[in-house]
Design a protein around this ligand. Structure first.
Ligand SMILES: Cc1cc2nc3c(=O)[nH]c(=O)nc-3n(C[C@H](O)[C@H](O)[C@H](O)COP(=O)(O)OP(=O)(O)OC[C@H]3O[C@@H](n4cnc5c(N)ncnc54)[C@H](O)[C@@H]3O)c2cc1C
Length: 378
């Protein structure tokens, strides 16, 4: 009998735990450890921000995992020893025969010391009430969406936020008095997806009068003077700044022997195996060349990790990840497009962005509903 412990209850962890439970005989135990006892899909934050739907409506409780035969322990993981596969947590020590590390990424502010007043972390769910309040009183001035650094979660999200906020301001009848600007340190909107896709996104922004500034590396945000400073001395005043944080490895990962360059885990990109026996890693806590930090990829790699553990335990066929996947890009008026293809093709990913339509928006809604239902019975 083996005990498999999944670290993290996000996309990667939930996909892995369910796959293990589905595929393994009952005698094997599956435990999932996570600091938070709830799960929601990242894009629901933007829906909450612009009043489409409150965040809580799209959340599921991890306690529901027990109904599927997966033990859930709410605990903060403080140390991981991949050699012995022992995990220290706020709820004591846990020993495993196999580990799946799917601890996600933390949001970091890069060179920015702090955000307060009218400058917020766009990805922070706790900041949503304050952001909504500031947005409601934004009648004129500058709305700035600066990407603080790369990598960051969900590469299309800053543009998606710009489209939704543009639409929100139009509905309030104040858009002509508010300039909307997105800045990125990258040379194009979505370099990982290639020039053609980047151009499409840039055109869609321009059509809506949203200013795009590429190659703008944020050096500082002065919350007193309401100024964003960029390398090279350019500055931008803001009335409201909604900053996209840089993704950083969780400290417990960066401080563990699993950490490689940059503090990330660098598993084999096809099998999700790490260099430690019986230890697999999936999702945003890993660095896999060309793979964006997005739920779809966390889920796919979590499932591959699980199937390879099943293969080790039962002799079933092992699994390989081929690099295919998609990210949604939402436009106003309930339309979305999917950035879809294979991110492992050489020399560049083969990824396409279709025109936005209502069908893809329905697919995005179903994406959330299916995962909440399948994983947490919502
Ligand atoms: C605004 C926005 C929009 C997005 N839109 C999309 C989209 O349309 N499509 C898409 O695919 N992705 C999207 N994403 C990205 C997506 O949310 C992430 O890439 C995804 O959640 C990564 O999954 P993960 O399992 O690697 O990590 P996470 O989902 O972040 O899960 C990490 C888990 O680890 C736990 N954890 C971390 N540290 C500890 C610790 N020390 N102790 C215990 N537990 C810990 C956390 O509690 C959590 O359960 C979006 C993100 C944002 C912010």
């Amino acid at each position: 009998m083996a005990h498999i412990i999944v670290l993290g209850g996000g996309f990667g962890g939930l996909a892995a735990a369910h796959e293990l439970r589905r595929e393994l005989p009952e005698e094997h135990r599956v435990t999932l450890l996570a600091a938070e006892d709830w799960f929601f899909v990242g894009f629901a934050k933007l829906w909450d921000l612009v009043g489409i739907r409150p965040l809580g409506q799209g959340a599921g409780q991890l306690a529901a995992l027990e109904d599927y035969g997966i033990r859930f322990v709410k605990a903060r993981i403080t140390a991981i020893d991949p050699e012995s596969r022992r995990v220290e947590t706020s709820a004591g020590s846990f020993d495993a025969d196999f580990l799946v590390v799917a601890l996600g990424a933390v949001d970091a502010l890069g060179k920015v010391e702090r955000l307060d007043g009218a400058a917020h972390d766009l990805y922070d769910p706790d900041a949503l009430p304050a952001m909504r309040g500031d947005l409601a009183s934004l009648d004129s001035g500058h709305l700035v969406i600066p990407v603080l650094g790369g990598p960051y979660k969900c590469p299309p999200a800053p543009y998606e936020a710009a489209f939704l906020l543009d639409d929100h301001l139009r509905q309030r009848g104040v858009r002509e008095h508010v300039e909307v600007v997105v800045t990125t340190p990258l040379p194009t909107t979505l370099p990982a997806a290639g020039q053609e896709v980047s151009n499409m996104v840039a055109r869609a922004l321009a059509e809506r009068g949203i200013e795009l500034r590429t190659q703008h590396v944020v050096e500082a945000i002065d919350c007193e003077t309401h100024t964003v400073s960029f390398a090279g001395r350019a500055t931008l005043d803001y009335t409201l700044a909604l900053a996209v944080p840089q993704a950083a490895p969780p400290p417990v990962v960066a401080e563990s022997p699993l950490a490689g360059e940059g503090g990330w885990i660098w598993p084999d990109r096809v099998t999700a195996r790490t260099s430690f026996e019986g230890v697999y890693a999936a999702g945003d806590c890993t660095a896999v060349e060309a793979l964006p930090k997005a739920g779809v990829f966390a889920e796919a790699t979590g499932r591959v990790a699980a199937r390879n553990i099943v293969a080790e335990l039962t002799g079933a066929d092992p699994a390989c990840y081929d690099g295919s996947g998609y990210c949604f890009l939402e436009f106003p008026e309930r339309r979305a497009s999917a950035l879809e293809g294979n991110f492992f093709t050489e020399p560049t990913p083969e990824v396409h962005l279709a025109e936005p339509d209502a069908e893809t928006y329905a697919r995005k809604e179903a994406f959330e509903a299916e995962r909440l239902h399948e994983w947490l019975g919502v």
